[in-house]
Ligand binder design. Structure first.
Ligand code: ZN
Length: 246
């Protein structure tokens, strides 16, 4: 139990480190393998001890050891959050295989959220990887696939309606893929709750930002709401039953 959880948390740290590379390079369409890790300022190749998740950043005091340029706190935060995701998912599931797959889904969604936030882009590569893994994130693969297809179809229809009404392209293709991931991971009922919850969380942010005429990315809200509903699915299912008897 403890060992499995520890392994997953350790993997989460390493994957978080890799996620930082993905977040940095995928939007620029750079290779995610070559060149190896280097300082984005002075381009000096990093030594292995500069690459230890979280600890290197702390030991270096958040500065490049060559040019002393500041290293964004985003790096250790992503590493921490990814490890936390794997730990929490394992705490919930208690199964190393499915925790591994589910942890990857949420880690990829975290990466997508950051890319959406920073670059207003949602790369298909990460989005499709998250969706594919979500279908295999529980033993009920056929049911997961069915729910993914229903949510993808539902969102595609919604997109036609909304686009027709507002007379411009609403909801992107990326949103349809995320919707499918939501369907696969939590099913139809709780999936609806995810979308509702994300809208509620996003609303105040949208109101604040609207005056400044900024475009607000929606993926971070969907991803966060999905994680909350996934972690507390038993509680939310209970609420549904009490309120609506379904
Ligand atoms: Zn440097």
């Amino acid at each position: 139990m403890m060992l499995e959880g520890g392994i997953l948390i350790l993997f989460g740290l390493l994957f978080g480190s890799f996620l930082n590379v993905l977040i940095l390079r995928i939007p620029k369409e750079e290779s995610i393998v070559f060149p190896g890790s280097h300082c984005t300022k002075c381009n000096t190749k990093l030594k292995w001890w500069h690459n230890i998740p979280i600890f290197s950043w702390l030991l270096l005091g958040g500065k490049c050891s060559f040019c002393k340029d500041k290293i964004s706190i985003q790096y250790p935060i992503i590493e921490f959050l990814t490890a936390l995701i794997f730990g929490l998912v394992y705490y919930k599931l208690g199964d190393i295989t499915y925790s591994f797959i589910t942890g990857l889904v949420f880690a990829l969604l975290l990466g997508l959220s950051l890319i959406d936030l920073r670059y207003k882009a949602v790369p298909d590569s990460l989005n499709l990887a998250a969706l594919t893994l979500a279908i295999f994130a529980s033993p009920f693969i056929l049911e997961n696939l069915t729910n993914a297809l229903l949510y993808a179809g539902g969102f595609a229809l919604l997109r036609f309606y909304v686009s027709y009404i507002v007379k411009k392209e609403a909801l992107g293709e990326a949103d349809i893929m995320i919707a499918a991931t939501i369907g696969a991971l939590v099913g139809l009922k709780l999936g609806a709750l995810v979308i509702f919850l994300s809208a509620i969380i996003a609303l105040p942010v949208f109101i604040i930002i609207k005056d400044k005429d900024l475009e607000v990315p929606f993926i971070p809200f969907l991803a966060f709401a999905l994680f909350i509903v996934y972690m507390f699915d038993g509680f939310f299912a209970q609420v549904f039953e009490t309120l609506y008897g379904v």
